[in-house]
Design a binder for this molecule. Structure first.
Ligand SMILES: Nc1ncnc2c1ncn2[C@@H]1O[C@H](COP(=O)(O)OP(=O)(O)OP(=O)(O)O)[C@@H](O)[C@H]1O
Ligand SMILES: O=c1ccn([C@@H]2O[C@H](COP(=O)(O)O)[C@@H](O)[C@H]2O)c(=O)[nH]1
Length: 239
């Protein structure tokens, strides 16, 4: 049995998902910046499927998998779980969902995660949503989160901040150089942050709304199908 990257090299992986040509948005930001909170809002308003890499890893521990102890130790230390493990979980969740619009929250955590994901799945994110928040605010939020997470203690939180700066910020810089980062000031109240998030997701909605409006108008006028297609292509050149 080889690694997921070896499987990708043999062309054995990524194909089912790739065929569906899914939209992928990576949601990044420091621990406690509010990624999960805002993802829930995006799911509600824009119909994305939310996949939190951290949640998938925690579920893997609970399932009693052979990797459980290793994952638990990594999380306790704020370290990054090997790409193989996280990518397999993400791929499985995407495939099993049957959906085609994903918010991948808290991944990729380092350059190796990023390169392996792109190689294994053959897919890149449409864009990266980056929640920018000062450490003091993130620390306050994590210490008040109260969800019984083993890594929400001051010692692990400090380690997670260091890993974020050293390993995850370079991933954000990589996508920034490609013009794919949408940065949000996450130090504001939840509703204000979501107003900025909406502004990023709205243009796509506009495009769909525009198409739906045209279709319903043409349906009303009972045009011949070929004429409808021509009119849509002329009218939707901006889509
Ligand atoms: N804008 C905000 N203002 C104040 N509190 C917030 C805000 N956004 C989220 N919170 C709270 O901060 C805590 C952390 O938020 P959340 O779990 O969404 O962060 P996260 O970035 O997903 O964290 P992690 O990376 O550790 O999983 C939660 O208790 C949440 O209710
Ligand atoms: O891609 C990932 C995502 C998470 N981890 C580990 O899990 C914890 C908690 O992650 P959250 O995103 O805060 O839920 C993180 O500190 C890592 O130890 C990972 O290794 N890889």
């Amino acid at each position: 049995m080889g690694t997921v990257v070896e499987a990708a090299n043999k062309g054995a992986s990524g194909s089912i998902l790739q065929k569906r040509n899914p939209t992928i948005v990576f949601v990044l930001g420091g621990p406690g910046s509010g990624k999960g909170t805002q993802c829930a809002n995006i799911v509600e308003h824009y119909g994305y499927t939310h996949l939190s890499a951290g949640d998938l890893l925690r579920a893997e521990i609970k399932s009693g998998s052979e990797n459980g102890t290793m994952i638990q130790n990594m999380i306790k230390e704020g370290k990054i779980v090997p790409s193989e493990v996280t990518i397999k979980l993400l791929q499985r969740a995407m495939e099993e969902s049957g959906k085609d619009k994903f918010l991948i929250d808290g991944f990729p955590r380092n350059e190796e995660n990023r390169a392996a994901f792109e190689k294994v799945t053959g897919m890149e994110p449409s864009f990266v949503l980056f929640f920018d928040c000062p450490e003091e605010e993130m620390e306050r939020r994590l210490l008040n989160r109260n969800q019984g997470r083993e890594d929400d203690n001051i010692e692990t939180i400090r380690k997670r901040f260091r890993v974020f700066l050293e390993s995850s910020v370079p991933v954000i810089s990589y996508y920034d150089a490609k013009g794919k980062v949408r940065k949000i000031d996450a130090a504001r109240p939840v509703e204000e942050v979501f107003a900025s998030v909406k502004a990023i997701f709205e243009p796509k909605n506009e495009k769909v709304n525009h198409y739906v409006r045209i279709m319903s108008k043409l349906y009303m006028y009972k045009f011949h199908f070929a004429v409808k297609r021509k009119l849509i292509s002329l009218c939707c050149h901006r889509c």
